[in-house]
Design a protein around this ligand. Structure first.
Ligand code: NAI
Length: 440
């Protein structure tokens, strides 16, 4: 069977690529071994946020949580299935393997396409800790795929985005949660000030955090696990808990994807690509978590999908991939886009910053959001917005305004000249901008 484009993986990257490529009038075949929607919809972003939302409302009954999450996931999946039909995308259920240039095999059938886009995503990385494969040791996949794991006490290994979101989720359902982080603080890639603020809020939710630890082994059975580790002074410690969650990162899902002789250049299992997603093999593209040195986020995969689809169709890539906002769904939320003050300074740039506090914002006070801020990082001379960090309610929605400002090269003066409605949390953006304008 011959197609213009074959896409491997039906997550946010693959489905967006299929939609875009088909909209350019090209024929598409999309292979998916599991369910359409990929990690994001079936065992990632959407179920986590659905569970966090329900838990924040005080729902902790596992059956109700499962049902609410399943309703959201199936409604969204239905939408994707409809879209694939409307676009006349041929969806093949099964594990696909690239056997050569323009050739894909799936369940004994051979498919041919001029271009192939790999969108096979990522899987949780398990560190080499003895006992990490024991029953009672989970990954986010286990929690989100409907197993109904609800331990009353939980050790979380890894204080990154997944570790901290799950810490809040389980703490809100009444579990005792302890996070064990190898680095000297949680959320290592994020701004230090954000990490400090998150640690403070985590403490208020009853979450214990220990940094600079070295986890040595896990023993026991579900309901009675023991995690042995060296604390920051090197002293041996043991944590007793009902379950253990491993959240130490994710790696590209490329196992079995390429037949012998069909392999493109890889870097630690991830597919090496140029800034346009071209791999070392002609007409083989990669988007999303399977790409080496990428930001592993659904909206980054979608941005890459739109650009690769345009390149294949001979059009100009429409999306600025250099500017990817990141969000953490905590209480309050965290969002960041562009440069932090430290990053700008490290690049030798003179910057001016404005920071509006949640304590002076009416809507935050009404909602009792706790301490937080909206910070703007601008060029010291021109006041062009270079970055922004938000720790406040609805930060994940508000960051889009800042991404737009940076994309358009807007200044603090232009943000300050824009009326933000009252009372809203977005007023903090106007306030942060005014602080910069006044300081000049
Ligand atoms: P991560 O890379 O964000 O964090 C992993 C953490 O584990 C790091 O802090 C690291 O220092 C620590 N760690 C590694 N080995 C360890 C060990 N042996 N003992 C203790 N700590 C150890 O990875 P995470 O949280 O698993 O997330 C994976 C990917 O999924 C990330 O790229 C993340 O951005 C993405 N994601 C994004 C979400 C969002 O945008 N809201 C939500 C969930 C995931």
């Amino acid at each position: 069977m011959g197609f213009d484009v074959a896409i491997i993986g039906g997550g946010p990257g693959g489905c967006t690529a299929a939609d875009e490529v088909a909209a350019y009038g090209l024929s598409v075949v999309l292979f998916e071994a599991g369910m359409l929607g990929g990690t994001c919809l079936n065992r990632g972003c959407i179920p986590t946020k659905a569970l966090l939302h329900e838990a924040a409302l005080g729902i902790s009954d596992p059956a109700t949580l499962r049902e609410k999450r399943a309703d959201t996931v199936s409604a969204l999946r239905g939408g994707i299935e409809k879209l694939m039909k409307v676009r006349k995308v041929t969806v093949v259920q099964g594990f696909a393997q690239i056997t050569g240039p323009g050739r894909v095999s799936c369940d004994g059938e051979l498919y041919e396409a001029r271009d192939i886009i790999v969108a096979s995503g990522s899987v949780p990385s398990i560190p080499p800790i003895a006992g990490a494969d024991l029953p009672g040791v989970y990954t986010s996949n286990d929690v989100l795929e409907g197993v109904g794991i609800m331990p009353r006490s939980l050790a979380i290994i890894g204080g990154g985005v997944i570790g901290m979101e799950f810490a809040l989720l389980f703490a809100q359902t009444g579990a005792a949660v302890q996070v064990l982080e190898a680095m000297d603080r949680i959320l290592p890639p994020f701004d230090r000030e954000i990490a400090q603020r998150v640690a403070l809020h985590a403490k208020k939710h009853g979450i214990a955090i220990e940094a600079s630890v070295q986890v040595q082994r896990i023993e026991g059975a579900p309901g009675e696990m023991r995690v042995s580790y060296a604390d920051k002074r090197g002293q041996p410690r043991t944590l007793v808990c009902e379950g253990v969650l491993i959240a130490t990162g994710r790696h590209a899902n490329t196992g079995g994807l390429f037949a012998d002789g069909a392999l493109p250049e890889l870097e630690r299992g991830a597919i090496v690509a140029d800034e346009r997603g071209r791999t070392s093999v002609a007409h083989l593209w990669v988007i999303g978590d399977a790409r080496a040195r990428t930001v592993q986020l659904a909206h980054a995969a979608e941005a890459q999908a739109r650009n690769v689809a345009a390149c294949i169709a001979g059009r100009k890539p429409p999306v600025n991939e250099d500017l990817i906002p990141s969000c953490i769904y905590l209480s309050p939320e965290v969002a960041s886009v562009g440069l932090t003050e430290d990053e700008a300074k490290a690049q030798g740039r003179a910057v001016i910053c404005g920071k509006a506090l949640t304590g002076a914002n009416g809507k935050c006070l009404i909602e009792g959001s706790g301490s937080g801020y909206a910070k703007l990082v601008c060029d010291a001379q021109t006041h062009v917005v270079l970055g922004s960090q938000l720790v406040c309610p609805r930060a994940s929605d508000m960051v889009a305004e800042l991404a737009l400002a940076i994309n358009l090269g807007a200044t603090a003066e232009q943000l300050a000249a824009t009326v933000h409605p009252h009372p809203t949390i977005s007023e903090m953006i106007g306030e942060a901008a005014r602080i910069i304008c006044r300081e000049h």
